[in-house]
Design a protein around this ligand. Structure first.
Ligand SMILES: Nc1ncnc2c1ncn2[C@@H]1O[C@H](COP(=O)(O)OP(=O)(O)OP(=O)(O)O)[C@@H](O)[C@H]1O
Ligand SMILES: [Mg+2]
Length: 251
């Protein structure tokens, strides 16, 4: 469980809020989507969980324990993080990129190789890609490697910050479908950031909508479409809500 209690993040001596008074609980094994426009506080929310950013106020807990009290190395090992943008190390092979954390943890070469092969299989890349450099892969393939790297030591939590951003529509659709498959088998607590409405509606058990640092609403697809909490949410979902109504699919 990931729990935010009255969490705010300010910059410029408190003059600007990146995030304001966030109260949010993510249940174990839940797949929560954070949706919002650029600058609405999504990455800030994610980075505070593994303490890349410290909140200005409020508390964040993992399974009832304040993240501030968890050993930093342990905290980060329990959280797989797919960063916004691709972020693979250009001079390391795909296998080395995927096995960064296993290597740091002192896994044997055999165990690392076995895990890399398992993960390449999961992300639908041929085993022969292990020895390639990132530049020898397409953008979509690199994005998948980013997902594999985050999963390397089978962390309990997975944070994915726009993992499919900046991809063409076809590749994106394909990865979204793969994500739907992964979801079922992974059985992890996932927070997934996007600014794509369709992605949010397809993937999320619940969707949290952010606007200018304020969480507008969190709820299931049908809660959000049926009873938008603010004008912002209503306008954002007006088009899909209308389309779904026409198809009689507002369940
Ligand atoms: N180091 C910083 N100093 C000042 N302001 C910052 C800093 N980091 C982030 N911000 C501001 O905080 C706000 C939220 O940023 P954040 O990265 O969380 O947005 P986001 O929702 O992830 O946007 P995007 O969709 O573009 O990735 C933005 O207005 C940003 O300019
Ligand atoms: Mg961001």
């Amino acid at each position: 469980m990931i729990k935010f209690t009255r969490v705010s993040k300010t910059y410029d001596d408190g003059a600007t809020y990146a995030l304001r008074d966030l109260n949010l609980t993510v249940a174990n094994s839940e797949f929560l989507v954070l949706l919002g426009s650029s600058g609405s506080g999504k990455s800030t929310t994610m980075k505070m969980i593994n303490r890349l950013i410290e909140p200005s106020a409020g508390a964040i807990e993992l399974d009832g324990k304040p993240v501030k009290e968890i050993d930093l190395v342990q905290l980060r090992r329990s959280i797989g993080y797919v960063f916004q943008g691709i972020g693979l190390f250009p001079h390391m092979s795909i296998a080395e990129n995927i096995a960064i954390v296993p290597r740091l943890m002192g896994w044997s070469k055999e165990k690392q190789t076995a895990r890399v092969n398992e993960l390449l299989d999961l992300i639908n890349l041929p085993g022969s890609y292990a020895e390639r450099l990132p530049e020898q892969l397409s953008g979509g393939q690199q994005q998948r490697v980013g997902v594999a790297r985050a999963l390397a030591i089978d962390p309990e939590y997975l944070l994915m910050d726009e993992p499919f951003g900046a991809l063409d529509a076809v590749t994106r659709d394909k990865l979204q479908l793969e994500m739907l498959q992964w979801r079922k088998t992974l059985n992890k607590t996932v927070i997934f950031v996007t600014h794509d409405l369709f992605e949010a509606l397809t993937l999320g058990d619940r969707i949290a909508i952010f606007h200018e640092g304020v969480m507008q609403q969190v709820g299931t697809r049908s809660e959000i479409l049926r009873t938008p909490a603010t004008d912002f949410v209503k306008e954002l979902f007006a088009k899909p809500a209308k389309q779904l109504q026409e198809f009689g699919d507002l369940v």
